[in-house]
Design a protein around this ligand. Structure first.
Ligand code: NDP
Length: 274
C-alpha cells in the first residue's frame, strides 16, 4: 500500500495530509469505523474528548496491530476543561481512554474567549510537550485575534490550527496568516458535511475526471496544502475518500473553485462558542 503524503509541522513532526475524523460517531460504532479506515490505509485519526469516542478509537488502534510509530493520533481539550490544572487532568483522562502513553497532536478545541483561559491551557500543553506526552501542540477554531494573543504570550508556536474549511468557507485570510507564522492549516468538515457536494461545478469536474464530487473537494484541499480529515462511517466512502492521488486539478480549475466561497459556516462561530 502506497504511503500517504505528509506535511512537516513547524517542530519537524510529520502528519499524514489525509486523515480520518470521527465526530458524531457513537463510541460503540467508532471501533468498527476506525478499523475500516486503518484497513483502507488511513494512519491518522482525529478525535476529541467531547466526541465521547476516544475509547472506541483506542480499541481499534490496539486491535489493528499497526506499530504505534506508524499511527498519528489527534485529540482535543474540551472547553469545560480549560485552565492549567484542568488541562493536565483532562489530558490524562484522554490518554487513559485512548490507551496510549502519548498523542501525536493535542489541540485546544475552541478558544472560548469569554472564559479567557486559553493562555493558561496553552501553558499546560507546553509542559505536556516538554514531558514528551504530546509530540505536537496546536489549536482549533482560533481566529486571527486569538492566534495573535497566543503568539504574543508564548514561544511555542502552534503546529496546527484546525478550522472549518471547505469550498463554501475558504478562509483565505486565516490560511495566509498560518503560512506567515509556520502554522499548518487543518480543515474540519472538509466536505461541509456533504452540503457542497451537489454543486454543479463540482459535479462537472467530477465527471471530467471520473471521480465523485467529494473526491474533487478533497483533491482541492490537498492542492491548497491543507491537512484534511473527512469523516465517514460508510466503508465504500472511507475508501473513496482515500482514492484521490491519481488525478490533479489544473491551476484554472483550482481558480474556478474560488467562486464557491460563500461564507457558509456549518458549525458554530469561534468568537461566540463558550
Ligand atoms: P465532513 O465534511 O467530513 O463530512 C462528513 C459527512 O459527509 C458524513 O455525513 C458522511 O456520511 C458524508 N460523506 C463522507 N464521505 C462522503 C463521500 N465520499 N460522498 C458523500 N458523502 C460523504 O464532516 P465532519 O464534520 O465529520 O468533519 C470531519 C472531521 O473534522 C470530524 O469527524 C472531526 O474529526 C473534525 N471536526 C472538528 C471540529 C472542530 O471543532 N475542531 C468540528 C467538526 C469536525 P457517512 O458517514 O454517512 O458516510
Amino acid at each position: 500500500m502506497a504511503s500517504l503524503p505528509t506535511i512537516t509541522l513547524n517542530n519537524g513532526v510529520e502528519i499524514p495530509q489525509l486523515g480520518f475524523g470521527v465526530f458524531q460517531v457513537p463510541d460503540e460504532e467508532t471501533t468498527t469505523a476506525v478499523a475500516h479506515a486503518l484497513a483502507a490505509g488511513y494512519r491518522s485519526i482525529d478525535t476529541a474528548a467531547i466526541y465521547g469516542n476516544e475509547a472506541g478509537v483506542g480499541k481499534a488502534l490496539a486491535a489493528s496491530g499497526i506499530a504505534r510509530e506508524e499511527l498519528f493520533v489527534t485529540t482535543k481539550l474540551w472547553n469545560a476543561d480549560q485552565g492549567y490544572d484542568a488541562t493536565l487532568r483532562a489530558f490524562d483522562t484522554s490518554l487513559g481512554k485512548l490507551g496510549l502513553d502519548h498523542v501525536d497532536l493535542y489541540l485546544i478545541h475552541w478558544p472560548a474567549p469569554a472564559k479567557d483561559l486559553y493562555l493558561e491551557s496553552w501553558r499546560a500543553i507546553e509542559t505536556l510537550v516538554a514531558d514528551g506526552r504530546v509530540r505536537a501542540a496546536g489549536v482549533s477554531n482560533f481566529q486571527p485575534s486569538h492566534l495573535t494573543r497566543l503568539l504574543d504570550h508564548s514561544d511555542l508556536v502552534p503546529a496546527v490550527n484546525q478550522i472549518e474549511l471547505h469550498p463554501g468557507l475558504q478562509q483565505r485570510p486565516l490560511r495566509e496568516m498560518h503560512a506567515a507564522h509556520g502554522i499548518a492549516t487543518e480543515a474540519w468538515s472538509p466536505l461541509a458535511q456533504g452540503a457542497v457536494l451537489k454543486d454543479p461545478l463540482l459535479r462537472e469536474l467530477a465527471d471530467r475526471y471520473g471521480k465523485s464530487p467529494a473526491q474533487v473537494v478533497l483533491r482541492w484541499h490537498l492542492q491548497l496544502g491543507n491537512i484534511v480529515i473527512p469523516k465517514s462511517v460508510t466503508p465504500a466512502r472511507i475508501r473513496e475518500n482515500l482514492d484521490v492521488f491519481d488525478f490533479s486539478l489544473t491551476a484554472g480549475e483550482m481558480e474556478s473553485l474560488t467562486s464557491l466561497d460563500a461564507g457558509l459556516r456549518t458549525g458554530p462561530h469561534p468568537d461566540t462558542l463558550d
